[in-house]
Design a protein around this ligand. Structure first.
Ligand code: WT7
Length: 669
C-alpha cells in the first residue's frame, strides 16, 4: 500500500475548510517549508484585482529548486533525468542525469555568462529551445540572477518570436541550433535569425543570441550570436542566488486570448513557488524518501514551452526532490511505443499527459503499451482539456492496470498551478470530472449577475478568493487584464453614482476571477468543465485564439475574409475549421487548384503562427453568414463545421439566408 499525503476525504475536507477560512494561516505554514532570505511581514494584501502574497519576503526560485537541496546534503541525488529522441543502434538513446549539485554548478556558470552579456535583475530573457537540459538550466539561471524569462514553445514560428520579443522588449534570446522532432530537425536558430532580421534597426532589436549546439545542423553565426558552450567554459562557477522580492516577476508566458494578439501572463516569485510546490506534492503524491523499492520517478510529457512544463516539470517539482524526467521528442519515434519504453526503462511512478495524447495512444493500439512492463506506475494525470470518459477508462485500464488513481487536473496558464483536481488515494473519481477544488481554491459556478448556480446548471467558472499562484497581470496591458478576468458582472449603479467605488474598482466590478470556461457542478459538488466561453479554442490541449488564425489567413493575398471556429476532432478534441472568402482574382478554376490553395493556406498559417494552428478543414465560400450589425454568426458556422446540415439553429437575425444554404451544401475539405 503506498502512503498518500492526503489519505481520506475527511482529511481533505477539514484541510480545505481551513484553507478557505484562514488562507493566511494556511499558506504561511506551507511557505515555511521553503527557503526565504527574509520572512514576509504580511501573508496577503488583497486589493481586487491585485493580490500580493508574502509581502516583504525575499526568496529565490532557483535556490528553492536547487541550492536548498544541495545545502540539505542531497546534492548527489538526481534532479533531472533526461532522455534524447534519437536512438543509436548500438548505444541506445542518449541519457543525461543531472544531480542538484550539477544543476547548481551549471546554473551558476550560465548565470554568470548571462551577466557578462549584460543581463541584469528585472530584464526579460526570451528562451526558444527544444527539450534539452540546457532549457531547464537557462530558465533556472535567469531565476538565479533575478531576470525573468519568456519561453516560446519551439513549435511556434518566427512571427510568434517577433510578436513576443517586441511586447516584452527582450534583448537576449537563448536558442538551439535545432531540435529533434520525430527524426527530423526543427530549425530553431534559423527561425530566430528571421525574427532578429525583422527586428534589426527597430527599437526592439535583439542584442544577443545564445546558441546551444544540439543537432549540429548547419547554421549561420552572426555578430550578435554566441555559442552557449563557449560562454559557459569561461564563466566562473560561483554565483549566489539573488534575493528577490516575493512579488518580483519570475516569468512571462504568452497565451492566446480572444483578440489576435497573445497576452503575456505575468507570474511572480513567492506565491507561484509556494503554490506549484504544494499542489505538485499533493496531486502527484511526491515523496522524496520513499522505500528503495518504491523510489519515485516523475514524468510530465508536456513541453516546457507551455505552463504545464514550467510548473510541473521544473518549478513545482524540483523543490519536492523527486527526479523529474524530461523527454526530448515525439511519442511515436521511432515507434508508437516510445513512451511505454521510457516508462519501463526508467521505472516511472507518476505520469502526467494530455487527453489528446491518450486518444492517439488508443488509436495506435493496445499492443504498444502491452509490450512493456508498466507496473512501476502509481499515479496517472491528465491536463489541458476535458477528458472523454472512453479515454479515461482506457487510460485507467491499459496504462494504469486498473490500479492507479487518475488525477484530471483543471487549471490554466493564468492560475499558475492546478486548481481543481482529485487527490490520489483520497478523492473518489468520476471519469470526465476534474472533481473538487484544491486547497485555498474557492471555485464556484455563477450566472451573469454573479449569483451561484444550483447543482447541475451550467454557468461561469469563477474563483472567489485570491490564491498564491494567480497571475498578477497581463504584461503592459492593465485594461485587458481587468476586462478579461474581472469584469463579467454588472456594476452596482447605485454604488457607482454615490462614488463608493474608487476608480480602479470601478473598472473591476467583481472581486471574482473569471476563468473563461463554462462548467457545472453535480449533486456531489464535482466540477464538469464544459468549454470556453470566449473566442478561444482548445486544440490538442493548447489554447488558440480564433482571431489569431483569422488574422493569419487574411494576411494571405488570396483571402478577403475568414472566420475560424472549433469543430469536433477525434484526436485533437477540437479541430480548426476555417471559412474563407477569396479575392475574385484568386478563385480557383477547378478541384485541383482548390486543393492546392487549401494546402497553401494551411502552410501559410503554419508559417505565421506554428503547425498547431493549421486548419483541419478549410471551406471557401462566397460570403460569411452575418447579423444585420455585421457580426459573423459563429454559432452557425460551428454547426456547419460539425457536419450538421439540417441545422435547427435560430436564423432570424441572418442577413443573407442564401449564405447558410450555400455553406451547408458545399462539401468539406
Ligand atoms: C484551458 C487553459 C493547464 C495547462 C494546460 C492548458 C482547459 C485545462 C482542463 C481539464 C477540462 C481543461 C480549460 C482552460 N483545461 N485543463 N482538466 N479539464 N478543461 O493551459 O493553455 O492556459 O488552457 O484549458 O478550458 O481554461 P492553457
Amino acid at each position: 500500500m503506498p502512503k498518500w499525503h492526503i489519505a481520506s476525504m475527511d482529511e481533505y475536507k477539514s484541510l480545505h475548510k481551513r484553507s478557505i477560512d484562514d488562507p493566511e494561516g494556511f499558506w504561511s505554514e506551507i511557505a515555511k517549508e521553503l527557503h526565504w532570505f527574509t520572512p514576509w511581514t504580511k501573508v496577503l494584501d488583497w486589493n481586487p484585482p491585485d493580490a500580493k502574497w508574502f509581502v516583504g519576503g525575499t526568496t529565490n526560485a532557483c535556490y528553492n529548486c536547487v541550492d536548498r537541496q544541495v545545502e540539505a546534503d542531497h546534492g548527489d541525488e538526481t534532479a533531472i533525468l533526461w532522455e534524447g529522441e534519437p536512438i543509436d543502434a548500438d548505444s541506445g538513446p542518449e541519457i543525461r542525469c543531472l544531480s542538484y549539485a550539477d544543476l547548481q554548478h551549471e546554473t551558476s556558470k550560465f548565470a554568470n555568462a548571462l551577466k557578462v552579456l549584460g543581463v541584469k535583475k528585472g530584464d526579460i530573457v526570451t528562451i526558444y529551445m527544444g527539450m534539452v537540459p540546457e532549457l531547464a538550466i537557462a530558465m533556472l539561471a535567469c531565476a538565479r540572477i533575478g531576470a525573468a524569462h519568456s519561453i516560446i514553445f519551439g513549435g511556434f514560428s518566427s512571427q510568434a518570436i517577433i510578436d513576443r520579443v517586441q511586447d516584452a522588449k527582450s534583448k537576449t534570446i537563448i536558442t538551439c541550433d535545432g531540435s529533434w522532432r520525430r527524426g527530423s530537425i526543427v530549425p530553431l536558430k534559423a527561425n530566430v535569425d528571421a525574427a532578429c532580421d525583422q527586428l534589426e534597426g527597430t527599437p526592439e532589436a535583439v542584442e544577443h543570441v545564445v546558441v546551444v549546439k544540439r543537432c549540429e545542423n548547419d547554421i549561420t553565426m552572426y555578430p550578435r550570436d554566441e555559442w552557449y558552450h563557449d560562454l559557459v567554459a569561461e564563466a566562473p562557477t560561483d554565483c549566489p542566488c539573488e534575493p528577490m522580492d516575493a512579488e518580483d516577476m519570475l516569468f512571462l508566458l504568452y497565451t492566446s486570448g480572444s483578440t489576435g494578439k497573445p497576452k503575456g501572463i505575468l507570474h511572480t516569485t513567492g506565491g507561484y513557488m509556494v503554490y506549484t510546490y504544494f499542489t505538485a506534492k499533493n496531486v502527484f503524491n511526491l515523496i522524496p524518501d520513499a522505500d528503495p523499492d518504491q523510489k519515485q520517478v516523475y514524468w510530465c510529457t508536456a513541453d516546457i514551452g507551455w505552463v504545464t512544463g514550467h510548473s510541473y516539470i521544473i518549478y513545482g517539482l524540483l523543490p519536492n526532490r523527486v527526479p523529474t524526467l524530461m523527454y526530448e521528442g515525439a511519442p511515436n519515434h521511432p515507434g508508437p511505443d516510445r513512451f511505454w519504453d521510457i516508462v519501463e526503462r526508467h521505472k516511472v511512478t507518476q505520469f502526467y499527459t494530455a487527453p489528446t495524447a491518450i486518444r492517439a495512444f488508443m488509436k495506435w493500439g493496445d499492443q504498444h503499451p502491452k509490450a512493456h512492463d508498466l507496473s512501476s506506475l502509481k499515479v496517472l494525470g491528465t491536463v489541458g482539456e476535458p477528458i472523454n470518459p472512453e479515454a479515461w477508462m482506457w487510460y485507467h485500464r491499459v496504462i494504469g492496470g486498473e490500479r492507479c488513481p487518475i488525477v484530471d487536473t483543471w487549471w490554466q496558464t493564468e492560475t499558475g498551478g492546478q486548481m481543481i483536481s482529485p487527490l490520489p488515494g483520497c478523492t473518489p473519481t468520476k471519469p470526465g470530472s476534474c472533481t473538487l477544488p484544491l486547497f485555498g481554491v474557492d471555485a464556484a459556478i455563477l450566472d451573469e449577475n454573479g449569483n451561484e448556480q444550483p447543482a447541475n446548471t451550467g454557468g461561469l467558472l469563477a474563483i472567489r478568493k485570491p490564491w498564491p499562484g494567480m497571475l498578477r497581470g497581463i504584461y503592459g496591458d492593465r485594461q485587458r487584464f481587468i476586462d478579461t478576468y474581472w469584469s463579467a458582472f454588472k456594476v452596482d449603479d447605485q454604488q457607482l453614482q454615490e462614488g463608493e467605488l474608487s476608480s480602479p474598482q470601478r473598472n473591476c466590478p467583481s472581486p471574482y476571477y473569471l476563468a473563461g470556461d463554462s462548467s457545472r457542478r453535480d449533486e456531489d459538488g464535482y466540477f464538469w468543465i464544459m468549454g470556453r466561453i470566449d473566442d478561444v479554442i482548445n486544440v490538442s490541449g493548447h489554447r488558440l485564439g480564433t482571431m489569431e488564425v483569422e488574422s493569419a489567413l487574411v494576411a494571405h493575398e488570396s483571402v478577403v475574409e475568414a472566420a475560424v471556429v472549433g469543430m469536433p476532432h477525434e484526436i485533437k478534441g477540437t479541430g480548426i475549421a476555417a471559412f474563407v472568402t477569396l479575392a475574385p482574382t484568386h478563385t480557383p478554376a477547378d478541384k485541383a487548384a482548390t486543393d492546392a490553395l487549401k494546402q497553401t493556406l494551411r502552410a501559410h498559417v503554419g508559417n505565421e503562427i506554428g503547425a498547431i494552428a493549421k486548419p483541419d478543414m478549410i471551406r471557401f465560400t462566397d460570403a460569411l453568414p452575418k447579423t444585420r450589425s455585421g457580426k459573423i454568426m459563429r454559432r452557425l458556422l460551428r454547426a456547419v463545421a460539425a457536419g450538421e446540415t439540417d441545422t435547427n439553429q435560430d436564423t432570424t437575425t441572418l442577413e443573407d439566408f442564401s449564405v447558410l444554404a450555400k455553406l451547408t451544401e458545399s462539401e468539406g475539405g
